[in-house]
Design a protein around this ligand. Structure first.
Ligand code: EPU
Length: 418
């Protein structure tokens, strides 16, 4: 199995191009099920999760080709099923449920199992679909959904859910009448999906606010879309510059999607300059300790919590990092401690006491963002860090070791390509 080897201590210098966002591409791919024909998705990142979604759509009968652009032809969908093998490797597979049941009026989707960062149930997706007239049964580990034409409904989410909002918004585009989603997620990925759906003929208002109104239409037609930049990848590279005492310019990014992260990094002593599609960061002083609480957009994202913790491990004081979205997203703590970090867990918070230096060690990746925090720790640590189980990293960071090497990191992959 592949591992990443990092010889830490090199300040990063140069330019990094930010890729298209994984979490925007996955719902766009699922939305292709709403309209038969050829959809073209530009700027889709080359990632394991994108391949998994291609395999899933392929299993259903779509043809997917990813060369310069990602082309998905949904003219011949014949299998209305998301099997366990695919759902268990990627929970976002559940995004096909809404489009399938809206267009084909039935679906069989494996229930996702447990996950390294929390229980992550899909009860709110199912409850919303039931309100739209879908009959839901759970059999043999599968959600069996059957419906006539879906009916518009007023759906109020108990919790803000990103893929829940996306699933129901997609389903509602083909429903009869008006659907209102209250307490909807406001993430940029939701807005990007709404924009593509509208370009396909959907009628959606309010995406980006907590109330989205969708007026159902009879059918949609395929189109062309360009994926928004990955705000979490950008945030991760900002931390990489900060943690190594370097100077990076990020291109092809959206500073307006990163305000909460930029604000916290600024408080931590990293001045960041935002330009037209660019972000530039340079560290001159020691990192200052800052408290952080995760919350849905526009607040500080849970997907940046682990990376920020790696930065705080080298700060000049004590910081309190509170995870409010997922109950178990602290798997990186024990691994960061192996690099010499001083972190104590107290319920949903981590108390991080900054140390002067980290030292390289063998560590293990446990989930996507935890892996990124270990890469960051390794880049700053003295000596060699070896990160095993890096398939987690390949799910969500395009060519990470190549991008990092190009700006001066000593990082390489060892293994047999698995
Ligand atoms: N929740 C429920 N019931 C539901 C749905 C969610 O209780 O039916 C709970 C979850 O357990 C969690 C909270 O609501 O405690 C929020 O979860 P959400 O549904 O928003 O998460 P998600 O849609 O499954 C997406 C991203 C995650 C990101 C979260 C939060 C995609 C494909 N995934 O997941 O990304 O952490 O939103 O922002 O968009 C990642 O990229 O590393 C990643 C995990």
């Amino acid at each position: 199995m592949d591992k990443l080897v990092i010889e830490g201590g090199m300040p990063l210098e140069g330019e990094v191009r930010i890729s298209g966002a994984k979490n925007a591409t996955l719902p766009l791919m699922a939305s292709t099920l709403l309209a038969a024909g050829t959809h073209v998705i530009e700027n889709a990142p080359r990632l394991r999760d994108i391949r998994t979604m291609r395999n899933l759509l392929g299993h259903m009968g779509a043809s997917c080709e990813h060369n310069d652009v990602l082309v998905i032809d949904t003219s011949d969908i014949h299998t209305l099923e998301a099997p366990y093998d695919l759902v268990k490797t990627m929970r976002a597979s559940v995004l096909v449920l809404g489009p399938m049941v809206a267009r084909y009026r039935r679906a069989r989707v494996s229930l996702p199992g447990g996950c390294a960062i929390g229980a992550r149930p899909i009860n709110l997706h199912l409850k919303g679909l039931e309100q739209m007239g879908v009959d839901i049964d759970l059999e043999h580990g599968y959600v069996i959904a059957r419906a006539g034409r879906l009916k518009g409904a007023c759906i109020s989410f108990d919790l803000v859910t990103v893929t829940g909002t996306e699933n129901l918004m997609m389903a509602a585009t083909l429903a009869e009448g008006i659907t209102v989603l209250k307490n909807a997620a406001r993430e940029p990925e939701v807005v990007a999906l709404a924009e593509y759906l509208c370009s396909m003929g959907a009628r959606i208002e309010g995406a980006g606010t907590s109330e989205i109104t969708i007026e159902g239409v009879k059918d949609l037609s395929p189109g062309r879309v360009s994926v928004i930049p990955d705000r979490i990848e950008a945030g991760t590279y900002l931390v990489a510059a900060g943690i190594t005492g370097g100077h990076l310019k990020l291109t092809s990014c959206r500073p307006d999607h990163l305000e909460a992260v930029i604000n916290k990094l600024h408080m931590a002593g990293l001045p960041i300059e935002a330009g037209e599609g660019t972000l530039e960061v340079q560290r001159t002083d020691r990192i200052r300790s800052v408290n952080v609480k995760t919350w849905p957009f526009p607040a500080f994202p849970t997907d940046m919590q682990a990376q920020f913790m790696a930065l705080m491990a080298l700060s000049d004081g004590v910081s309190l990092i509170t995870e409010q979205i997922f109950e178990n997203r602290f798997m990186h703590v024990l691994e960061l401690k192996r690099l010499g970090a001083d972190i104590e867990l107290e319920g949903r918070s981590a108390v991080v006491r900054g140390v002067r230096k980290l030292s390289g060690a063998p560590v293990m990746a446990t989930d996507l963002r935890a892996s990124a925090s270990l890469v960051l720790g390794g880049l700053a640590a003295h000596g060699i860090t070896e990160i095993s189980r890096i398939y987690h990293l390949d799910r969500g960071y395009e060519a990470m070791e190549k991008k990092l090497s190009a700006v001066g990191a000593r990082i390489w992959r060892e293994g047999n390509g698995a």
